[in-house]
Design a protein. Structure first.
Length: 155
């Protein structure tokens, strides 16, 4: 059976190092255990790397060590992904000031990722976004993408 390809948006990587006693932390830990066992093909992007570089130095070191430990392949932020993200913005699926969220989705779609994983309920993991993104994807000729939380894939 084909392994699902998952894209880890920055919030997912962040929750792995969170000190909170939170269900999100536990589900994220389980997800990374499953990734380590080879149950998923997990990817990040150079946008995730850029967002990690914007973190405070100590947190940045922890996040970089996660990327290295799990040998997460880094997908490029291409012109094609940007153009697709701009289509999402034109359709007002994601607010203009959160263009990076649209880029995460665009990178996932142009790289034929099966599931984008995020803990961002405000602009990514919400029905308006999922339906809007997939409507644009169908119209332009891309496949639909699942946008889910780690909790939804580990259970």
């Amino acid at each position: 059976m084909k392994k699902l390809k998952v894209y880890l948006e920055t919030s997912v990587v962040n929750f792995l190092i969170s000190k909170e006693k939170d269900e999100k932390v536990e589900f994220t830990r389980i997800l990374f255990e499953q990734i380590e066992r080879g149950e998923y093909e997990a990817y990040i992007s150079d946008l995730v790397i850029q967002e990690i570089r914007n973190a405070p130095e100590e947190k940045q070191k922890e996040l970089v060590s996660i990327v290295k430990k799990y040998s997460l392949p880094i997908l490029p932020h291409t012109d094609e992904a940007t153009e697709l993200a701009e289509e999402y913005m034109k359709e007002k699926i994601i607010p203009q000031k959160y263009f990076a969220d649209a880029i995460h989705i665009g990178i996932s779609v142009v790289n034929n990722i099966d599931i984008l994983l995020s803990w961002n309920y405000e602009h990514i993991v919400k029905i308006k976004t999922i339906w809007g993104v997939n409507g644009v994807n169908r119209r332009i000729g891309y496949k639909e993408i699942e946008i889910r939380t780690p909790e939804e894939v580990v259970l």
